[in-house]
Design a protein around this ligand. Structure first.
Ligand code: RB5
Length: 154
């Protein structure tokens, strides 16, 4: 069974639950990095960094992050070298995030998308793979930007 990480702040726990159930239906083993009521690091950057670092280390090939808009999770996760996080609320973007951008992290916002639409976006992202070809050199250029600003992490 393939493992995937998921994480949400307190603005997106319902969406996280919806997507967790969908992932489990599709046979994924889901590791939950979401905020807990007894934690004091309960903001979206805390969750995004935990999940993004686990992706960057190779512990997970893919992860899903949920907050109110999906924006804070995406912005934070993209600061971790090697991580390509994409906020997607439509099926076309979700497909392209995989095929063109090789995004390992999908982010969504509970205040932006309803549960049924969110499941279709998740499905599109899960079922798409990096296309390679002409997209390879572009992803390599993104990786070069990581190396330029984080030379110790090459
Ligand atoms: C709530 O903190 C809200 O700002 C957060 O969930 C997210 O939407 C930020 O991008």
């Amino acid at each position: 069974m393939s493992k995937i990480a998921i994480g949400a702040d307190d603005a997106a726990l319902d969406l996280k639950q919806t997507l967790t159930e969908r992932l489990e239906e599709k046979g994924w083993e889901v590791a939950d990095y979401s905020v807990r009521p007894d934690e004091d690091d309960t903001d979206y950057p805390d969750v995004a960094v935990r999940v993004a670092e686990a992706v960057a280390s190779g512990e997970y090939e893919r992860a899903v992050l949920c907050c109110g808009t999906g924006l804070g999770m995406s912005i934070t996760a993209n600061k971790v070298p090697g991580v390509r996080a994409a906020q997607c609320h439509d099926v076309y973007s979700a497909e392209r995030a995989r095929k063109s951008n090789n995004a390992q992290v999908l982010t969504m916002g509970q205040r932006v998308i309803g549960p049924e639409a969110a499941k279709t976006v998740l499905d599109a992202w899960l079922d798409s793979e990096f296309a390679g070809g002409g997209s390879t050199s572009k992803v390599e250029k993104m990786e070069a930007v990581d190396r330029k600003y984080h030379p110790g992490n090459s």
